[in-house]
Design a protein around this ligand. Sequence first.
Ligand SMILES: NC(=O)c1ccc[n+]([C@@H]2O[C@H](COP(=O)([O-])OP(=O)(O)OC[C@H]3O[C@@H](n4cnc5c(N)ncnc54)[C@H](OP(=O)(O)O)[C@@H]3O)[C@@H](O)[C@H]2O)c1
Length: 293
Amino acid sequence: MRVFVTGGTGLIGSAVVAELLGNGHTVLGLARSESSATALQTAGAKAIRGDLADLGAVRAGAADVDGVIHLAFANDFSSPAAVAAAVAEEGGALAALGEELTGSGRPLITVSGTPYVPGRLSTEADPLPTEGPVGGRSRSVTAVLDLASHGVRSAAVRLPRTVHNEGRGGFAGLLTQLARRTGVSGYPGDGTQRWPAVHALDAAVLFRLVLENAPAGTAWHAVSDEGDAVRDIAAVIGRKLGLPVEAIPQESFGPLGPIFATDQPSSSAHTRKTLGWEPSHPSLLADLENIQP
Ligand SMILES: NC(=O)c1ccc[n+]([C@@H]2O[C@H](COP(=O)([O-])OP(=O)(O)OC[C@H]3O[C@@H](n4cnc5c(N)ncnc54)[C@H](OP(=O)(O)O)[C@@H]3O)[C@@H](O)[C@H]2O)c1
């Protein structure tokens, strides 16, 4: 397939681009800078210049391909306003992609987070939370899945809190950055809350399988570790950086504080059984051993 990919230079997107190219697909990537365009070309993809707010470029990218994988997101959690702007920008781009693909039967794969359900592992059948700082992202994803009834083979890959590679990425990556800045490897609450995780190279395989095989309107879980206790994550980070490991106030984590404090283990049993996806790369705690002081 010829595939248009947004976010193809990111931690997850670069793995997805490599996975697609390694399995007979061709890739056109959205590039918002010259260096991103060069990175895509070096990987073996073509690039179209523009960003998510440039709806002309977004539409042009989707116009002449067999499918779309959307991964770009500003990932600016510095303030509620920054998060809201990123959510709105992504929502506009997804709406444009959906319009471009309506009636074509082509796949539109977007990204989402795993939901949380008190007291048990969340599953692919659970709805996404529409409250909280990134609730707007869930509404965008739901709108994409609803395009199934308008001739789009839409699907969502729900990612766990940490998608990692070489010890970097996701919520665990944010804990590492905060530890480097403050001199303390901190965690909110009592640290027994669990976050799910997956290696980016395993997540990339699932994006390809969903692109190739998923029926319209379906959601899938890229979950490898069902739940790592946040205290255990902070302990590895503290040991690798030579820093003390301590509980710190939830507010230290900015707009994401309440999400950081939530116990949110998740399952991928349905995804593994239905699509034959089997993660094979290191767990989060093993991968965090790659952190350099
Ligand atoms: N990593 C995780 O643990 C995790 C967990 C759950 C969900 N997710 C979601 O998965 C997706 C990919 O995450 P990631 O970790 O790979 O992110 P990342 O490493 O920060 O990469 C973000 C990608 O999006 C591009 N991008 C950002 N803003 C853009 C804009 N305005 N216009 C065009 N391109 C833009 C970046 O391009 P440049 O090369 O120009 O910077 C880069 O390719 C995001 O939607 C993220 O929220 C990630």
